[in-house]
Design a protein around this ligand. Structure first.
Ligand SMILES: [Zn+2]
Length: 171
C-alpha cells in the first residue's frame, strides 16, 4: 500500500491533479464549471445546476451518491490506451483532460499493485487540512465569498463561541 497526500499521489500516479474534470482516483464523477466563471474551479455536484459548463460540452450526468460509477484498473488501462492512441499532441492533451491521467505509474510494475486499491486517501490532508477547515469557513460565512444561497446553515456567532469552547485544546 502506498499512502501520500494529493501532491504525492498526483506525481506517482500520473494523474492530472485536484482541480480537473474527473479528479477522483476511486470514482468517475465528472466536474462542471460555473457559467459565470468558465475558467474557474471545477465543482462536482451530484446534480449539475442548469447552465453549468461541462468539458467539451459533454452531457450532464446526474449521480447517485450511493451508486457512483467506480474506477477500475481495467478502466485506467483503457483510458491510457485511449490517450496513447491520440494522433496529435493536441488530441492527446484533450484526452488526458477527459481521463485526468497523464501516463502509467511505474508502481504498476510491483506485483499486486492496484492503482485503485493500493493508494488510499491521506486522511490528515484530506479531512483535517482541507474538508474540516473549509466546512468551518462555510458554516461561519467566510468561505470564498459564498453566501448561504437558498439554505440556512450559517452558524451565528454565539453558537460558534460555544463550539470553540467545546473543542479540545491542541496545545
Ligand atoms: Zn470519487
Amino acid at each position: 500500500m502506498k499512502m501520500g497526500d494529493m501532491i504525492d499521489i498526483k506525481s506517482n500516479q500520473y494523474i492530472k491533479g485536484l482541480n480537473t474534470f474527473s479528479p477522483c482516483q476511486k470514482c468517475q464523477i465528472q466536474g462542471c464549471r460555473d457559467p459565470n466563471h468558465s475558467l474557474g474551479n471545477y465543482y462536482y455536484p451530484l446534480k449539475a445546476p442548469q447552465g453549468a459548463i461541462h468539458l467539451n460540452k459533454s452531457p450532464r450526468i446526474d449521480y447517485d451518491a450511493h451508486d457512483l460509477p467506480m474506477c477500475t484498473d481495467e478502466g485506467c488501462k483503457e483510458a491510457l490506451a485511449n490517450i496513447l492512441a491520440a494522433s496529435t499532441a493536441e488530441e492527446r492533451k484533450c484526452r488526458e483532460k477527459v481521463h485526468s491521467l497523464k501516463g502509467e505509474s511505474i508502481l504498476l510494475e510491483l506485483p499486486g499493485f492496484s492503482r485503485i486499491r493500493s493508494v488510499p486517501h491521506d486522511l490528515m490532508h484530506l479531512l483535517f487540512k482541507n474538508i474540516i477547515p473549509n466546512r468551518m469557513d462555510l458554516w461561519s460565512g467566510s468561505y470564498k465569498g459564498l453566501d448561504e444561497g437558498s439554505r440556512d446553515y450559517k452558524l451565528p456567532a454565539n453558537v460558534w463561541s460555544i463550539v470553540v469552547q467545546k473543542l479540545p485544546r491542541l496545545h
